[in-house]
Unconditional design. Structure first.
Length: 522
């Protein structure tokens, strides 16, 4: 049977078509009972919003005429089977995530207008009949959003999460603290948000241009009630939220709020510039009191976020600066350590072990794995490339591949940077387009099967220095996140860039229907 013209992103592992089609009736019965209620609710909301149909929910359907049916099936986590006949659409899944992904696939088979906001008149709501069996390649398919440099509203975070779910991305790594802002309410330490959530201005222009601050107060934070709402919403869409509290570097906002946390004698303000942020003003004093402070912070964080993983940062720490602090030097001597690098490892391992005591898996950027006292079970986001990943897995660490050479969506999208919004770039990566993202292979060829088994998955990163509004966030994220979604979902041998670009042309119509401000294809 010939394959109909469908453009699924990411594409499924197996699809067989019969040549018939299913048409959306005006009255439709949904059989769900207590099985996969979130997936069923998402399906109904989308169909009612765009197609204006009339739907009835019942626990059992005696007639087989025009119905949806949800049921369990044995299989791998997040796997599903979608069967479409002229009268019945069956969503079979191994778990709630698989059921949602079956619904997402079904909706992608409909006209793009199904993703619109209001009822569309004159659309023929037809879906090709057939069967799709599908399961992801990686269990960790992530996107990181930096809310510390630029703050997003709760509504914008919800939209970010829904777009992730539509692309079968399931890990939202939320960067909540940095030099330029502290975004999570900690009730034991209110100054973190009263002071640390607001900066006196923001550097004008590109960081490399050395512009002055605009002098405009900027900031915001998420209350604990708002965070619980966001986490619950994400869970309903099978997205897990992983919070990041970055330390012992990148802490200028925290030190501005509680000056005793810093190693200097001069009080600092919340950071306003994008470079030069790794100096003494951004580094926590490595004392028992500072460690206890952040353990208290993480105690509130773990109550807000049920994620198995809690991220403690650990990146870009100029540990040698601790040598300039008499307190740090004394701490090094007291602990019998050999130098600043060992003091860094001591600090990170103390926080990591505290998270372990709370039943969580500590996670950090790959620099944390260089310390000999870093717990072996600590998971690492590897952003420095495959050689760093190899070193990490050989030490026993689980890793998420997050290479700055292929997954940093804050990088420019073409060489014509004068035509692009402000962005970052690397000497080895002057720009990062969808072809480079799509060609990224997260499993290095030199990995053994045992080392490959330690790769949890892959993740895209969006640092937000220049993303002051959410339209800029979407412009930098899409369609590169579409390419990443297929890298994360599809087996290596099934990916083909020409076929992907062909499907992407149609997929972008779905994004347009949702008014996503993506970057047009080159």
């Amino acid at each position: 049977m010939s394959v109909p013209s469908v453009s699924l992103v990411p594409q499924p592992q197996r699809a067989v078509w019969t040549g018939d089609e299913w048409l959306l009736p005006k009255h439709l019965t949904l059989a769900r009972g207590a099985v996969f209620p979130n997936a069923a609710r998402y399906l109904m909301e989308r169909l009612e919003r765009a197609a204006g149909g009339c739907f009835e929910e019942v626990s059992e359907i005696k007639s087989n005429k025009f119905k949806f049916n949800f049921s369990y099936i044995d299989g791998l986590p997040e796997s599903y089977r979608l069967t479409i006949s002229r009268d019945v659409v069956t969503f079979e899944a191994a778990d709630a995530a698989g059921a949602l992904y079956a619904v997402i696939t079904f909706l992608q088979l409909m006209p793009p207008a199904i993703w619109g906001d209001g009822p569309r008149v004159g659309v023929r709501w037809a879906v090709p009949c057939g069967e799709i069996e599908d399961a992801p390649r990686f269990r960790w398919r992530g996107l990181m959003l930096d809310s510390a440099r630029s703050f997003q509203t709760v509504a914008e975070i919800r939209r970010w999460i829904e777009l992730m779910a539509q692309h079968k991305l399931n890990r939202f790594h939320w960067h909540l603290t940095d030099n330029q802002g502290w975004r999570v309410e900690i009730k034991r330490y209110p100054e973190l948000t009263r002071v640390g959530a607001w900066r006196g201005g923001t550097q004008k222009g590109h960081a490399l241009a050395g512009g002055d601050s605009d002098g405009v107060r900027y900031g915001g934070f998420y209350t604990q009630e708002e965070i619980r709402e966001i986490v619950a919403y994400a869970e309903s869409l099978s997205v897990c939220v992983i919070p990041e509290i970055d330390l012992p570097g990148h802490t200028q906002a925290a030190i501005a709020a509680y000056p005793w946390l810093g190693i200097g004698d001069t009080p600092c303000r919340v950071g306003e510039r994008w470079i030069g942020n790794h100096g003494p003003q951004a580094l926590v004093v490595p004392t028992d009191e500072a460690i206890a402070f952040f353990c208290d912070v993480f105690d509130e964080v773990v109550e807000l976020f049920p994620s198995a993983y809690i991220h403690l940062g650990g990146d870009e720490v100029p540990a040698e600066i601790w040598h300039s602090s008499s307190v740090a030097r004394e701490e090094t001597r007291r602990l019998g350590l050999t130098g600043a690098e060992a003091l860094y490892g001591h600090f990170v391992s103390r926080i990591a072990n505290h998270l372990k005591s709370r039943g969580r898996i500590p996670m950090g950027w790959d620099e944390a794995g260089d310390s000999p006292c870093c717990p072996e079970e600590m998971a690492l986001h590897v952003w420095h490339g495959h050689a760093t990943a190899l070193r990490a897995v050989r030490k026993g660490h689980p890793v998420v591949m997050a290479s700055c050479y292929a997954t940093y969506f804050d990088y420019y999208q073409s060489l014509e940077i004068e035509m692009e919004p402000l962005g970052n770039r690397d000497i080895d990566v002057p720009y990062l387009d969808i072809d480079r993202v799509y060609s990224y292979e997260p499993i290095p060829i030199m990995f053994t099967p045992d080392e490959e088994a330690r790769v949890l998955g892959v993740q895209g990163q969006l640092w937000s220095e220049y993303l002051r509004d959410f339209s800029s966030v979407e412009y930098m994220t899409y369609p590169r996140a579409c390419a990443l979604a297929e890298v994360a979902w599809c087996p290596k041998g099934k990916r083909d860039i020409r076929d992907f670009r062909h499907r992407l042309d149609h997929h972008l119509r779905r994004l347009r229907c949702q008014r996503v401000g993506y970057r047009a294809l080159s």
